[in-house]
Unconditional design. Structure first.
Length: 606
């Protein structure tokens, strides 16, 4: 939910941290700050409500100079958006930047008599105060004692007044990655902020303490014993973390989809058949499970819905899709015969991570579909398949979603083959259609200006309904979320047949309705339902598979002909079209497409 950063080395910390915070800003952006240990050993702080660009202006007016510092960009949880509540927080000899939620902070305020001493309303300052309470020249002891008192999630980046040039870090659930380069050491909430600095990094293990110095990084367990980091290599080009000339990351990431889908699929087709052996997924896992349960949130959950439709129709296996935040509280039936699939772009969504842990306790095998290598959800699962989407910076997920779908198609194809639903020829035909996705999707992206033109008809709408059946409904649930989260227009995706059971009462003259028709088996029913809303005056924008005939007498607000694929693969071109629709509405409304209000890219609170 927030982004933290730390640097200690030979260079000025201020610039390195401001640049890195700009990259991390997608994790939360209502206030920002840095603390720098000056050459005189004193720690100075600059922080303010607003974006990193506002912090940069503050630092231009009154810079803080030194080669060791920590920084933070915030998504407010405890305490409103204000300069005082911005991080870092200094208490006594301790300065802290924190990502997470200290759930027992009120108890700690009472226990350590902090009521009159706090400068902010945040749980993070309380963590700093407890660290200061225990600090008596031994930082590892102070951190260990503090961690034992904290309940909840935390990624803490810490400086002590009398240990200049050194940063300490400790985490529980909230992420921290650490890098070494020739000029020093650096930590961040995720690897996108380190890419400019180094390609070798490690994920700080939970409840281990890292000590970052100019010349080395030391790692200790809670007993103070030295430990060896597990070094990883950044698995994408650093420049893929920049906008590449597009006005927003979202447009760049939409346009990258054909390439990253190809990079996700092609290595997993062997002899023309889907093959997950390279990911360490044994066929036995796919053959032995009796049912599947997806746990995920938001867009990732919508990908799960597509996976459910594919698995149930092609593999004939029962598959549930559960909201990760509900999974532990709704007594879902999960046992050793269940394969739980956790889908998560960041791999750090707490709801999904906790759901994986709960599933494992219930005896289920767990498989993660994750985009960020070494992320918590991947590490908590028995198996992992990484999407090759590269860094996804825009809060609204696009290429991560379609590469998640690509992995679900591969999983479905492999499962159908090993369980005998597919013979070799059918498996090859299925894989062949999957390999066509990038070029078919490109044909949609090449017509983006057509969709930009269509978008103008919902630019000023207050409410937009979306309607489709089966896979078309799953497609629209995701299309609706995209529109809501970046244009702030209320949108609702409805199974077409369900509208007449109540919600059609909301359809009035000119209500904008988006309809998707790509599934032959429900096409005629979908047209009947479309007529129901048109007869009540709705203006319908139709996205339809180009090989389907159009109802001649119907009048359409707009029609976009989608390039044809097998019905089961039409999710891909249709999703690209709906992503562009949402993007252009937000763009033409003059909104910050990449950083919508109230949102953050990674939701690390339950
Ligand atoms: C996607 O557009 C949303 N920003 C959000 O729903 C996101 O998909 C959800 O928070 C899950 O994130 P994850 O994939 O990183 O777990």
């Amino acid at each position: 939910m927030c982004g933290i950063i730390g640097y200690t080395g030979v260079e000025e910390a201020q610039k390195i941290m401001l640049d890195a915070l700009e990259i991390l800003e997608y994790r939360g952006y209502d206030s920002a700050g840095i603390a720098v240990c000056g050459r005189d050993g004193s720690i100075r702080i600059r922080k303010c409500a607003g974006r990193v660009k506002d912090l940069r202006l503050l630092c231009e007016k009154s810079g803080i100079f030194g080669t060791c510092g920590i920084g933070h960009t915030r998504w407010a949880t405890h305490g409103g958006v204000s300069d005082a509540n911005a991080h870092p927080h200094k208490f006594g000899k301790v300065t802290v930047a924190h990502n997470g939620i200290v759930e027992n902070y009120r108890d700690l305020v009472q226990r350590y008599h902090l009521e009159e001493k706090l400068q902010s309303q945040t749980d993070s300052e309380v963590a700093a105060a407890v660290l200061d309470h225990f600090y008596n020249t031994d930082p590892l002891a102070a951190i260990r004692k503090t961690v034992l008192k904290l309940k909840g999630t935390f990624a803490l980046s810490i400086m002590f007044d009398d240990i200049p040039g050194t940063i300490f870090a400790v985490r529980n659930v909230s992420p921290i990655v650490i890098a070494r380069a020739q000029g020093g050491s650096m930590l961040a909430s995720d690897v996108t902020a380190l890419g400019q600095y180094s390609r070798e990094y490690f994920v700080l293990p939970e409840f281990y303490v890292a000590e970052l110095k100019e010349t080395a990084v030391e790692l200790y367990d809670m007993a103070g014993e030295a430990a060896e980091p597990e070094w990883l290599t950044v698995n994408w080009d650093v420049d893929r973390g920049s906008k590449g000339g597009y006005p927003f990351y979202m447009e760049k990431e939409i346009m990258e989809q054909p390439q990253v889908i190809r990079e996700t699929v092609m290595p997993r087709i062997q002899g023309g058949i889907p093959d997950l052996g390279g990911d360490g997924i044994p066929d036995s896992l796919l053959m032995d499970c009796k049912r599947i349960c997806v746990v995920a949130c938001g867009t990732a959950m919508h990908a799960g819905l597509v996976g459910k439709a594919l698995m149930q129709s092609l593999v004939r296996i029962h598959m549930d899709v559960e909201l990760a935040s509900e999974f532990m509280y709704t007594d879902v039936i999960v046992d050793e015969d269940t394969l739980v699939i956790a889908i998560s772009q960041s791999g750090e969504t707490i709801d999904t991570l906790e759901a994986v842990k709960h599933a494992k306790k219930s005896g289920a095998k767990t498989l993660a579909i994750v985009n960020v290598r070494g992320a918590s959800v991947a590490r908590a699962s028995d198996y992992v398949i990484y999407t090759n989407a590269g860094p996804e910076i825009a809060v609204a997920s696009t290429k991560a979603y379609t590469t998640q779908l690509a992995v679900l198609y591969l999983l479905t194809g492999r499962m159908a083959y090993v369980r005998g639903s597919f013979g070799a020829e059918e498996a090859k035909a299925f894989a062949g259609e999957l390999m066509r996705v990038p070029e078919v999707m490109q044909r949609v992206l090449d017509r983006k200006e057509e969709i930009h033109y269509i978008a103008r008809s919902i630019l000023n709408a207050q409410n937009v309904f979306m309607m489709g059946r089966g896979l078309d409904h799953a497609i629209l649930l995701e299309g609706s979320l995209k529109l809501k989260e970046i244009s702030y227009i209320h949108s609702e995706a409805y199974a077409s047949g369900e509208l007449k059971h109540g919600t059609i009462a909301l359809i009035t003259e000119d209500t904008p309705v988006v309809a998707v028709v790509t599934q032959g088996k429900v096409k005629s029913k979908e047209f009947s339902n479309i007529k129901e809303v048109q007869s009540r005056g709705a203006g319908v924008i139709l996205f339809i598979k180009e090989t389907f005939g159009l109802e001649k007498e119907a009048s359409w607000e707009s029609v976009f002909m989608l390039p044809a694929m097998e019905d089961g693969f039409m999710v891909m071109p249709a999703s690209a079209a709906l992503q562009l629709l949402a993007y252009y509405v937000s763009l033409d409304k003059g909104l910050d497409v990449d950083k919508p209000r109230n949102l953050a890219k990674v939701v690390t609170v339950e």
